[in-house]
Design a protein around this ligand. Structure first.
Ligand SMILES: [Zn+2]
Ligand SMILES: [Zn+2]
Length: 485
């Protein structure tokens, strides 16, 4: 164990970021120096810049801290910094391949310990990637992955060449060669899938003016390949597996994907992974319609973040919007107050979508007269109001049953359209509320976040992923007046 004295020496030699003059407009850039230190460490130099110097952005996967025996020490401005394996291998390559080049690398150029700075830097991350001379997509240092690059590059040289023949020439030439090629292409694809599965990569590639793939020392300037050739390569890949690589490629080719609403992007990229759950939202801000109106804040509560996503949305709010927004945060970590304290969503229902249910009128049919779906058997013998949720959202086909005891009491149950049992959502005044506007005969139903999650629970069985209903969202659900608070 290190003594107190030696710990102090180590700490005093640890690199600390100097504050940026203006974290909203300035950035740090880093250079890898050609010479290693006396004890063999990679040496880098970090400097402050005002975003006008030429620089290259690195797009890469952080990986785990202890990958390959990490973390690894390097020297930045003569002081120690530890980096993870994947970045360390890149810096090793950059030392000889890109001498004197300025890089912007998130792990080193953002003071990760300073939340205020991190909020500002994340806010301008899109601009940083868009202004870069080029973006290097670093796929690591696996030899077989590197060997796949010349094969793919070779395939892209052919014009109007049927890919089935290429596939035959490359993959079927001899059994041994075929196995080798398959391993190389398979490893490339695995590595690529891991890379593309990370949330931040989406905007890094979407905003880049120029993208270059780099594996070990082999690079491939993908921006220069004609799009029609990409189809051939995609064909070779898809002959045995599906290709996110092709999606990546089309984004590179189109350079800027047309800006889409945040909720639509969140729904499209809902499977992306990130270390901090809310980065699934923050990583899309630079490429969505609403990014300019959205403030990045790592300290706000999950509930505040959800509300901001929904309120800033350029789509008319629908109840399914909440489910998509929820996919951007860690529900399991939400506080009890966030879940249960206040009502989160309310929507109004009019009498055309409400069935007054009386057990004595039960005639053997359990079908909803509005949406034709079956309702729970246990409701047959109860008295109350049934609200058909198809009125609120096209995607959420379910019903709420209000076992009305008095205008201010009773339980509310919910049934999803595929399920046969209803789930209790809560008692009036606790998790759920119903208010009646007597003159307009409108019923306004409010849910806490807990009740809302229960409502979505049944839907998960038929629709494993949250999805926007589209119609309600783009045309607006004015009649149901969904409000989030
Ligand atoms: Zn119905
Ligand atoms: Zn909807």
């Amino acid at each position: 164990m290190a003594s107190v004295h030696s710990m102090r020496v180590i700490n005093s030699r640890r690199f600390r970021h100097r504050p940026l003059a203006d974290p909203t407009s300035s950035i740090r850039l880093i250079k890898v120096l050609p010479k290693r230190s006396a004890d063999g460490l990679l040496q880098c130099q970090i400097s402050h810049s005002i975003n006008t110097d030429k620089y290259t952005c690195l797009s890469y996967v952080w990986g785990q801290e202890h990958d390959h025996g990490g973390p690894f020490s390097i020297l930045v401005n003569g002081k120690t910094v530890t980096v993870r394996y994947n970045l360390h291998t890149f810096l090793k390559v950059a030392r000889s391949k890109f001498p004197k080049r300025n890089f912007w690398i998130d792990a080193l150029c953002i003071d990760q310990l300073n939340t205020v700075e991190r909020n500002h830097q994340v806010q301008q991350m899109g601009t940083i990637y868009a202004k870069a001379k080029e973006v290097i997509a670093w796929l690591g240092d696996e030899k077989t992955v590197e060997e796949a690059i010349p094969i793919i590059r070779f395939l892209t040289k052919f014009r109007n060449f049927p890919w089935q023949i290429l596939d035959f020439v490359i993959l079927e030439s001899s059994r041994r060669r075929k196995q080798k090629r398959e391993k190389q292409l398979g490893d490339f694809q695995d590595t690529f899938d891991r890379y593309w599965s990370r949330a931040w990569i989406t905007q890094e590639i979407t905003l880049a003016s120029h993208v270059r793939i780099l594996v070990r020392h082999t690079e491939w300037d993908i921006s220069r390949v004609p799009h029609r050739h990409a189809t051939q390569v995609a064909g070779v890949f898809s002959s045995y597996r599906q290709v996110p690589f092709f999606l990546f490629w089309s984004i590179v080719r189109q350079s800027h994907e047309a800006e889409l609403p945040l909720l639509q992007l969140l729904s499209r990229y809902r499977d992306k992974q990130c270390a901090i759950e809310r980065d699934r939202i923050f990583s899309l801000l630079a490429i969505c319609n609403e990014g300019a109106y959205f403030e990045v804040d790592y300290n706000c509560s999950d509930r505040q973040l959800l509300r901001e996503v929904l309120n800033v949305s350029s789509l008319s709010p629908c109840i399914c919007s909440a489910e998509v927004a929820l996919s951007g945060i860690d529900i399991s970590a939400m506080s009890r107050e966030d879940l249960n304290d206040e009502y989160f969503v309310s929507f109004a229902m009019n009498p055309t979508h409400i069935i007054r249910w009386n057990s004595s009128n039960y005639s053997g049919t359990r079908q909803c007269t509005v949406c034709q779906f079956d309702m729970d058997k246990s409701w047959n013998y109860r008295n109350g109001l049934i609200f058909c949720l198809s009125f609120v959202c096209h995607e959420i086909r379910g019903h709420l049953f209000w076992e009305e005891q008095s205008p201010t009491e009773g339980d509310i149950y919910c049934i999803g359209h595929s399920s046969t049992d209803s789930t209790p959502l809560g008692r009036i005044g606790h998790w759920v509320n119903v208010e009646i506007d007597a003159c307009k005969e409108l019923y306004t139903i409010s849910f806490t976040l807990s009740a809302l999650l229960k409502l979505f629970q049944g839907r998960k069985e038929t629709l494993p992923q949250p999805r926007l209903c589209g119609i309600a969202c783009t045309q607006g659900s004015e009649s149901s007046r969904v409000k989030f608070s």
